[in-house]
Each structure stands twice: as structure tokens, then as C-alpha cells.
Write a protein that binds this ligand. Structure first.
Ligand code: SF4
Length: 218
């Protein structure tokens, strides 16, 4: 449910009907909604997978980006939530548009990008390998970036890398982080493992340039 250009996790009422029909036809009527904003049909016969995939794809599901950068968790943010400090959906869509090459996404590999529109953290930004948090500064929308969060058995909270960014800068920042990771990783090393091996400082330098170096030296 992470088709680029659509609010992540969003589906239409017609798609909901189709998802229910697919669950009835292929998975004993069982359909699970994940906190990662996807749907799981948990009990599908292997020989029916291809037919299911064809029907799901025709209905606008089955975007092949599970676990990749554009399979991000994004809260409704300022477009729909009264508690928001900033919008999340248009900024998330801008990041998706920047990373629109599926080959490149597969080359980047497993990575979790989570996005919340305020500190209530419905988008689980704290535990994203890359987290984005919308903040309000002087009635303007800004975005704070955290790195190093992880969910699961080895869960940990990400750390803020520095001053926040304007919405228009967020895709550039994510791209700098990803490019630095690709330049530094060992063969099949995941983003989070490269981050843990190197620590936050070189990533800060990749994002802020000499400003980070000056601050570290101060
Ligand atoms: S994180 Fe904040 S803006 Fe996003 S849905 Fe939760 S309360 Fe609303």
C-alpha cells in the first residue's frame, strides 16, 4: 500500500472492498493491517500466489517496494490531524518522487523511513532507521531528522542529527544520507548496520558539511 504519489497506507473504499474479496478468496477471510501501513493475507496457498498477485496488482496494490525506502510509515500529519505541527504526506510524497527508480531502491536495500507530524509519534519516527519529525518554529513547518532507530528485538531510538530543515530540503537531506551510506557500506551491509559501525558523526558531516565539523571542533 505504498504506491508513489498516494498517501502512504491510504486506500479507497473500492480497494477496501477488493481487499476483503481477496481475503475471502485466498486467505480464509483473514486480513491483517500492519503498523507499517500494509495489508497481510496470512494464509495463502503457494500455488495461488501468482493469481493473487495479478488481482492485487490490477487493484492498485502490490507495489514492489516492501521493506524499501518508499515503504515508509507516515502519519496523516497536518493535512488531516488537528494535533500536527507540520504536514507529513506531501513531504513523504516528495521523498518518494526523489526515489522513483525501483532498481536504485533495491540497490539501497532494507531501510526504514518513518515520519510523524508531531511529537505524539504516530508515525513511529523514533524507531525508524531514518526518522522525520514535523516541528513548529514560529508558525512555520520544519523537519527534524533522526538516525539510528530500529524496531524489533533489537529496538532502539534514533538520535537527532542537528538543526531542522525546511520541507523543500528534506528530499535532498535523505538523498545525502543514502548516498553516504552507499559509499561507505560493505557488500550486503544494511543501512542500520553501516550506521552502527560508523556512528552518527560522519553522517552529520555528509548532511551539514563543514558546519558539522566546525560544531564538533567547538
Ligand atoms: S503524530 Fe501527531 S500529527 Fe501525526 S497523526 Fe499523530 S498526533 Fe497527528
Amino acid at each position: 500500500m505504498k504506491k508513489p504519489g498516494i498517501a502512504p497506507g491510504d486506500i479507497t473504499s473500492d480497494q477496501m472492498d477488493i481487499a476483503a474479496e481477496l481475503a475471502d478468496a485466498y486467505s480464509f477471510g483473514e486480513l491483517r493491517v500492519t503498523h507499517e501501513q500494509n495489508l497481510v493475507l496470512a494464509d495463502v496457498e503457494q500455488r495461488q500466489l501468482f493469481a493473487l498477485w495479478q488481482e492485487a496488482k490490477a487493484a492498485g496494490f502490490a507495489t514492489p517496494n516492501i521493506g524499501l525506502l518508499t515503504d515508509m510509515i507516515v502519519c496523516p500529519g497536518g493535512d488531516f490531524c488537528d494535533l500536527a505541527n507540520a504536514r507529513s504526506i506531501p513531504v513523504a510524497n516528495a521523498v518518494q518522487a526523489r526515489f522513483d527508480d525501483l532498481d536504485y531502491l533495491w540497490d539501497i536495500g532494507d531501510i526504514e523511513l518513518n515520519f510523524s507530524g508531531c511529537m505524539n509519534s504516530c508515525g513511529h519516527h523514533h524507531v525508524g532507521n531514518i526518522g522525520i519529525l514535523g516541528v513548529d518554529k514560529g508558525n512555520e513547518e520544519w523537519y527534524q531528522i533522526t538516525l539510528g532507530g530500529e524496531q524489533g528485538n533489537d529496538a532502539r531510538l534514533g538520535k537527532v542529527i542537528g538543526p531542522s530543515f525546511a520541507a523543500a530540503d528534506v528530499p535532498d537531506v535523505i538523498e545525502k544520507i543514502v548516498r553516504f551510506y552507499i559509499a561507505q557500506r560493505f557488500d550486503d551491509e544494511r543501512f542500520i548496520d553501516t550506521f552502527r559501525r560508523l556512528g552518527a558523526d560522519p553522517f552529520k558531516l555528509a548532511v551539514y558539511g563543514d558546519k558539522a565539523r566546525l560544531k564538533a571542533a567547538a
